[in-house]
Design a protein around this ligand. Sequence first.
Ligand SMILES: [Zn+2]
Ligand SMILES: [Zn+2]
Length: 200
Amino acid sequence: MSGSGAGAVLNTDDPLRGAFDSYTFRYWMRNWSGTRLGWKPMRSFGWGSSPPSSAMKKRKDWDSYFMDIATKVAERATCDRKHVGAVIVRDKTILSTGYNGSVRGLAHCDDIGHLMESTHCVRTVHAEANAVAQAAKNGVAIGGSVLYVTASPCWNCFKLVANAGVIRIVYKEFYRDSRVMEFAEEAGIQMVCIDEKNGR
Ligand SMILES: [Zn+2]
Ligand SMILES: [Zn+2]
């Protein structure tokens, strides 16, 4: 009849009605008909209500979730002057993705070098433009969507995504063209910067 478990404070393993083990924080239970239910953790009775440790972590918000995916998409980029990834989303569903890469069927910067025009490489189609093109190629409507892009759109890409129906642009780093910010406001497109270093 003596307690067998280390630290068991009760001197029985099979109490008639129930018992509490303060060391392991469990209750010994029988159900209403007397059937032994054995040791149950406290939270199975709704007492103490300590959630599993994984549930105590702060859950990732949607903007961070899709930006993380865009960041992953950027790894496929083929011009190492800048790797950019884009994800087009509506109703928490990914409609299209894109990264900066060469025209379909043509050689990549990574293989034959950049195609420079003044200070920019113009060989690639930009990530946002590729995401729009992928949607068009597959007949996916992107009106009313959100664009997640790792770098803010250049002027040409901004014009394209605005007319493709994007209503919100979430970006991680500012890239080159501040006209976009001004015109976005005028066009009623929300620009949101997620600053990695500051969490948002
Ligand atoms: Zn290049
Ligand atoms: Zn662009």
